[in-house]
Design a protein around this ligand. Structure first.
Ligand SMILES: Nc1ncnc2c1ncn2[C@@H]1O[C@H](COP(=O)(O)OP(=O)(O)OP(=O)(O)O)[C@@H](O)[C@H]1O
Length: 283
């Protein structure tokens, strides 16, 4: 099973695959089932968004697919490589060589300039950048005249563009972006989403983005909806309105089960949270 699934993943353009992916935190009565036997295929060369109410397991899914967290049960492949069961050192190398990351906080090194930040993971790995590709990434992201600037000399949007270039620089098989627009105003957020879109359409990259924002999700090709640790729905060619409507149904279900809409840990409902973050910003 594991070999044929891995071969299949390679043959069919699947960038990452999970089968029966289960993640539990804690033990005994305090156990939280963050992921409940998730089966998912992430298509190569596409932009996939992951949405769902707070606590539904979005970050856990991303962390398990990226080999940042161990799984309790099930299997995960990156391309044809099964990553479940790899040792820490192998996982570190695999993440470094084959995955790009973007986070809400840009995670740039303040003492390094933009170019040094972009090439840092490759410098650490002792790999020489492919200059032609690097030039293409820098130009695509409009960073040519910012390369000597340090992060503090750049706007938030520019810093996230540097983080995007860093994620793209090694031409990874897969880029994971966790709320990449969460710290940006709507204009800078739109710009970064446009660049992620361009990374997929123009540069042939594969992007998986966790977001609360229906407007951000609308830039993807496919939205996966998580609820209570399961993938409960998927939407091709999403629009912000359609995603918001789908998010409202989570609140509806909570309302039916609990008598009234459940408060998320952010103190609001999934849809109002989504509306606040996305559609209300005018995207
Ligand atoms: N390190 C941890 N220890 C214990 N429980 C955890 C841990 N990390 C996550 N959880 C729990 O697992 C569940 C899923 O969390 P996760 O962060 O993946 O959700 P999420 O959908 O990304 O949430 P949010 O939208 O609020 O970021 C939640 O119930 C959370 O409280």
């Amino acid at each position: 099973m594991s070999t044929s699934a891995a071969e299949h993943a390679q043959d069919t353009g699947v960038a990452a695959r999970a089968r029966g992916l289960t993640k539990a935190y804690g033990t005994g009565e305090t156990t939280v089932l963050a992921l409940d036997a998730v089966d998912v295929d992430i298509a190569r060369g596409r932009f996939t968004a992951v949405m769902g109410p707070s606590g539904s397991g979005k970050s856990t899914l991303m962390h398990c697919l990226a080999g940042l967290d161990t799984v309790s049960a099930g299997q995960v492949w990156l391309g044809g490589t099964e990553i479940t069961g790899l040792r820490d050192r192998e996982l570190t190398r695999l993440r470094r060589d084959r995955i790009g990351f973007m986070f809400q906080s840009f995670n740039l090194i303040p003492t390094l300039n933009a170019l040094e930040n972009i090439t840092l993971p490759m410098d650490i790995a002792g790999h020489r950048p492919d200059e032609k590709w690097l030039d293409q990434v820098i130009d695509t992201l409009g960073l040519r005249d910012r390369l000597k600037h340090r992060p503090a000399q750049l706007s938030g949007g520019q810093q996230q563009r540097v983080a995007c270039a860093r994620a793209l620089a090694s031409r990874p098989e897969l880029i994971f972006a966790d709320e990449p627009t969460g710290n940006l105003d709507s204009r800078a957020g739109l710009e970064v989403l446009g660049f992620l879109r361009e990374a997929v359409d123009g540069l042939g990259q594969t992007v998986v983005m966790v977001t609360h924002d229906p407007g951000a999700a609308a830039h993807s090709d496919l939205v996966l909806f998580l609820a209570d640790g399961r993938i409960v729905d998927a939407m091709e060619r999403p629009t912000a309105d359609a995603v918001l409507e789908r998010m409202k149904r989570f609140d509806g279900i909570r309302s039916t089960l609990g008598g009234q809409p459940d408060a998320t840990e952010h103190g609001d409902t999934a849809a109002s949270h989504a509306a606040e973050r996305g559609v209300a910003e005018g995207d």
